[in-house]
Structures are given as structure tokens and as C-alpha cells.
Design a protein around this ligand. Sequence first.
Ligand SMILES: C[S@@+](CC[C@H](N)C(=O)[O-])C[C@H]1O[C@@H](n2cnc3c(N)ncnc32)[C@H](O)[C@@H]1O
Length: 198
Amino acid sequence: MLDKPEDKYISILTGDYCRLDDRFTLTGKTIELDLGCGKGSFSTRLAERCPERLIFAADVMIGRLRKLQKRNARAGIANVRPLRVEAAQLVAMIPDRTLTRLHILCPDPWPKERHRAHRLLSSEFVGQLHRVLKPGGHFHFSTDDPAYYEAVRRIVSGSGLFRKQSKLPAELAAISSDFELRWNEQGKTVRHLLWAAR
Ligand SMILES: C[S@@+](CC[C@H](N)C(=O)[O-])C[C@H]1O[C@@H](n2cnc3c(N)ncnc32)[C@H](O)[C@@H]1O
């Protein structure tokens, strides 16, 4: 039920949309996507640091998007667009070569072997991520799970579609997502990977 005041700022996207040219390419702005943004502190802080950019923050959980929208409204941050949508569906809707940066931060690692299929990152999906990034655009991934880190590193490198970058730009290194902060508080290390689309 969409009955909260902040709901009018959250776009609910369904399979009825096949392309999002109006929202993405026609803005004339540099666009970043925080996929699986959760409560979205990362998007908020990125938007503060890069006010000229448009940040799309996407998640399936409406409650988390409401928190994000409320926080941004309170802080007067106007360059974040919350999208309630499933990640693969959203990426399928985005036109080719649209995004300057795409972030997937601390996605659920699904560590049990029988649950691996639920992981967001697969070879096929990496091809889709490459399609929506501009040439030279960045794909930024983080996780606290060593096995997921290694699997994603191998999938992306093996795709031949990306060039690994040696370090994060300062404005990204300075921001931790909600889950990164949570894992750090528990003494876990979150590692980041950054690639540029070929
Ligand atoms: C562990 S949280 C990380 C949130 C945030 N990126 C952070 O680092 O704080 C994973 C988020 O991904 C969202 N998520 C999981 N699978 C998704 C999917 N297929 N499409 C969109 N969001 C998804 C969950 O709802 C959750 O908010």
C-alpha cells in the first residue's frame, strides 16, 4: 500500500516499462546507479558530494526507500531518484551506454551453496551491466564475504569486458554504505573492486 507522504517521490517500476529513455538519457546529466541501495546512505552522501550528478537508488524494499527519501527531503538533497524495482528488471530497462557509474555495494552474499543462484552477480548479468555503462564508465562492487569477492573478481575479469582499476576515486573511498558501516562495527572488513568498462 503506497500511503506514505514520501511515496509520491518513489517510482514504482514494473515490467510494463521496456525503456527508460526519458528518465535516464534525456536528463542531460551524468548518471550513477546504486543498485540494491538499501536505506541508501551511500546514495545520499554521493549526491551531496556530486550535486551536478543524478543518482538513481534502486531497491525492492519500499521501507528502505522511504527512509532514503525522508532523509534526502530533510537534508534538501534533490538529485537522488528512488526506484522501487528488481535489479535485473531495472537493468533490462536501461538504454545502452547510459550510466557513468554503477554501484553494487554489500549485496546479499548467499553463502550457502544451494542458495548461490540468488546472487545478483552472474556472468550474464555482468554483460548487462557492461551494456548500460558508458565506455570507460565504472562498475563498483563491495562485499565482506571473501568467497563472493573472489567469485565476482573472477566473473568480471573473465568477461573481458572491463579493465580493473587499482584504487577507488577519493569521493568513493570517503563514503561507506550502511552495511559497510555495520560490518565494520562487527570487526569485518569490506573490500571494494572497481572496473572501467572497455
Ligand atoms: C545487504 S543490503 C545492502 C544495502 C546497501 N547497498 C548497503 O551496502 O548498505 C542488500 C540490499 O539489496 C536489496 N536487494 C536484494 N536483491 C535485490 C534485487 N534482486 N533487486 C533489487 N534489490 C535487491 C535488498 O532489498 C537490500 O536492501
